[in-house]
Design a protein around this ligand. Structure first.
Ligand SMILES: [Zn+2]
Length: 239
């Protein structure tokens, strides 16, 4: 059976003389492992289709649950970010997040376009990579139903007004008496955490001049680490 699907390469591993196992995310089929046979030969028509960050329309051949890449119409290879070490560190981390969150046979209809949109920012824009990463993390976790709670106390449920704390382990913001040992979170940072995943992705650009986004990004990362445990060295620098 042949399928044609949009896909993004998130991982690969070489094997044999010229083959590569490629992990793709796709909107309809979720995560797919596909063989790129002969892709490491210079003249292979799929030589670029098996590179990290490459996205495009892939034609896959499926047999007994195993996929191989037949051809690929590349739409974007995000070349600039692959040439810039700082951006690359962030991009590789995103691919690890996607690898951890996107499952085989579970559609990723929203995660897929989000990833391409965010990668376009990381590749083409001058915005700080840490800001783009924060926006990507917040939207990705929201799509998974894993946003921290920030409008009311995670422990007692009271709406938060005025002073608040943030407890990554408890899952979000809390009132002072419910989390006395946790660090204080500013109103501005809490508002960013609340609003960011509820707006369309591009709206994060407006945060660039906001004084509280670095604080929000640091709290979000601390929270994310309690939900997804990647090896410590895979996390990119915080602002
Ligand atoms: Zn409380």
């Amino acid at each position: 059976m042949r399928i044609v699907t949009g896909a993004l390469v998130i991982r690969h591993a070489d094997y044999g003389d010229s083959n590569r196992m490629v992990t793709l995310i796709t909107p309809k089929y979720g995560k797919i492992e596909a063989v790129a046979r002969g892709c490491r030969r210079l003249k292979s028509p799929i030589v670029n289709a098996a590179e990290l960050f490459t996205s495009g329309e892939y034609t896959l051949f499926e047999r007994n649950g195993r996929y191989s890449i037949e051809q690929c119409q590349i739409s974007e290879s995000f070349f600039a970010l692959r040439q810039d070490y700082d951006r690359l560190v962030h991009g590789v981390y995103w691919l690890r997040l996607l690898d951890a969150l996107v499952q085989p046979d579970l559609p990723a209809e929203e995660i897929f376009p989000l990833s391409l949109r965010a990668l376009a920012y990381l590749n083409f824009s001058e915005l700080p990579p840490a800001l783009i990463t924060f926006a990507f993390e917040a939207h990705l976790m929201a799509l998974e139903g894993l946003s921290p709670r920030v409008d009311s106390c995670v422990k007692c449920g009271q709406p938060l007004e005025g002073e608040a704390r943030f407890s990554a382990a408890m899952g979000g913001a809390a009132c002072v008496w419910c989390a006395p040992a946790s660090p204080a979170i500013s109103y501005g940072a809490r508002r960013i955490l609340y609003r960011l995943p509820a707006t369309k992705f591009d709206a994060f650009e407006k945060l660039a001049g906001h004084p509280d986004w670095p604080e929000a990004a640091r709290f979000f990362r601390a929270y994310l680490k309690t939900r997804l445990s990647l090896p410590e060295k895979q996390y990119p620098p915080l602002p």
